[in-house]
Design a protein around this ligand. Structure first.
Ligand code: SF4
Length: 192
């Protein structure tokens, strides 16, 4: 079983075809200015986070770890979590840094849930909450990790695996509006 990346969830929710280009018919990809800038921003946030307390996360005492590599052979999933908070009593919380302004982007919630599930398996502790750190707004959004979100993550993982192992390009286009900004637009002849 191939190990999928947590970021695949976001891509699948954006458009299932992107996963076809990743796993079945790899096409050349370019590192965009946005990606480079994103990496620099993440380093800056790490520096800021190291200087402040954990109160904004509702934790009085604890520690932060950055760029935590997590993997699960059971889920067939791996990823690098931006930040993990461990409270003094051993509770753990995933924190995902995001470039979005919107608090309700579904893919963000599900990626965070996937990280929570990976943390639970790695540290054998239940994870009930995580946080999205919205970079442009400098806002911290708490997210409850619910049973239905966990179930949905498992369904998406299974759907991605189907795309990754099928020889056929998914016919379904989630939204033609998304094609305008998509880096794979040149390869999708049928979207105009
Ligand atoms: S161009 Fe459109 S259909 Fe093709 S991968 Fe991108 S979003 Fe999906």
């Amino acid at each position: 079983m191939i190990s999928l990346r947590v970021s695949d969830l976001k891509q699948y929710i954006y458009c299932p075809r992107i996963l076809y280009y990743y796993y079945v018919l790899p096409v050349p990809r370019r590192v965009t200015r946005k990606m480079e800038y994103g990496k620099i921003e993440h380093v800056e946030i790490q520096q800021q986070e190291k200087r402040r307390g954990l109160k904004p996360y509702g934790v009085l005492e604890g520690k932060r770890d950055f760029q935590v590599y997590l993997s699960s052979s059971r889920l067939g999933l791996h990823g690098v979590l931006d930040m993990m908070i461990t409270s003094a009593n051993g509770d753990i919380y995933p924190v995902d840094f995001k470039h979005s302004l919107r608090k309700k982007d579904l893919h963000q919630k599900y990626q965070l849930t996937a990280y929570a599930m990976l943390l639970e398996e790695a540290f054998l502790r239940p994870v009930r909450f995580g946080f999205l750190y919205l970079i442009p707004a400098k806002a911290i959004v708490p997210v409850e990790i619910t049973t239905s979100m966990r179930e949905h993550v498992k369904k998406v993982i299974s759907a991605i695996r189907k795309v990754a192992t099928a020889e056929k390009m998914p016919g379904y286009i989630r939204s033609a509006r998304r094609c305008v900004d998509c880096e794979f637009r040149n390869y999708c002849a049928d979207v105009g």
